[in-house]
Design a protein around this ligand. Structure first.
Ligand code: FBP
Length: 258
């Protein structure tokens, strides 16, 4: 089935706000303000994001429409050690009932448990597509077999797996050298690529990185900490949008931060 991405993209580009960190890291990433999902929803709505990424529990208690919901269907804590495995916590049916416009699922590429996530993803992808829902796969290479998760080779392999498995969008972590992303984007074929933000860095670094990312053919970002940990999240959002949707240089985007 050919899935339309128009509900979660603008002009073929995308800026998603990720907020599944409470599950993945615990509340250590949060402060008094951004621990509150309503604060994040407000940023997503005012910043006119293409989607907000929540786990089921947050969506049930806080989501009120106004912005496309991307529901994460699996997750794990960082407390369990050993080979990473993220299993399904919510169904496609529940996602639809909550009003999701797309679903998200993490695959730890190269983990000893990779096959289990592949199988689960296959069922979810099929069901989501039967309902016309796009599927975003967090393709994160991890586990003891993965020595260089940010290398050109492994980044491209993760992107290609997104295509092979039927993801509509593959969310990747930026490779060590951003220019290596071009090969990953090419390897992903008709599967679109978005990039995670990573640990908070300076706004200038973030904008420069985003500019380079956009040059590789990726369609945008699915970003969390660098936006909601920023003291003025709407300003950094506007700066990112200048680059992603208007193809403006970093210097011009920086003006949004004044
Ligand atoms: P950031 O932009 O804050 O890096 O968020 C992206 C993200 O993929 C989240 O969706 C997810 O919770 C987190 O990173 C996973 O982080 P980790 O690399 O520790 O698994």
């Amino acid at each position: 089935m050919r899935i339309k991405l128009s509900k979660i993209t603008s002009k073929g580009k995308a800026l998603f706000l990720a907020y599944d960190h409470g599950m993945e890291h615990g509340p250590t990433d949060f402060n008094d303000k951004d621990v509150d999902p309503d604060y994040i929803l407000d940023i997503a709505i005012k910043g006119k994001y293409n989607g907000i990424v929540f786990q089921k529990g947050i969506a049930e208690k806080y989501y009120k429409g106004k912005i496309p919901l991307i529901l994460k269907l699996n997750g794990k804590t960082n407390l369990v050690k050993g080979e990473p495995l993220s299993t399904q916590l919510c169904s496609v049916k529940e996602a639809l009932e909550l009003g999701a416009k797309a679903i998200g699922y993490t695959i730890y590429v190269g983990s000893a448990h990779e096959a289990k996530m592949f199988r689960e993803f296959e069922k979810i992808q099929k069901e989501a597509h039967n309902h016309g829902l796009p599927v975003i796969a967090w393709m994160y290479p991890r586990g003891k077999a993965i020595r260089q998760p940010r290398s050109k080779k492994i980044t491209a392999y993760s992107a290609r797996l997104g295509l092979e498995l039927g993801a509509d969008i593959a969310k990747l972590q930026a490779p060590n050298k951003i220019e290596h992303l071009s090969w990953a984007v090419k390897s992903a074929g008709k599967t679109k690529v978005v990039i995670a933000g990573g640990l908070k860095c300076t706004p200038k670094k973030l904008l420069e990185k985003t500019h380079k990312i956009m040059e590789t053919g990726a369609i945008g970002l699915a970003i969390g900490r660098n936006v909601w940990q920023h003291k003025e999240p709407i300003k950094i959002t506007k700066a990112l949008k200048k680059i992603i949707f208007e193809n403006k240089p970093v210097k011009q985007a920086m003006k949004e931060l004044r």
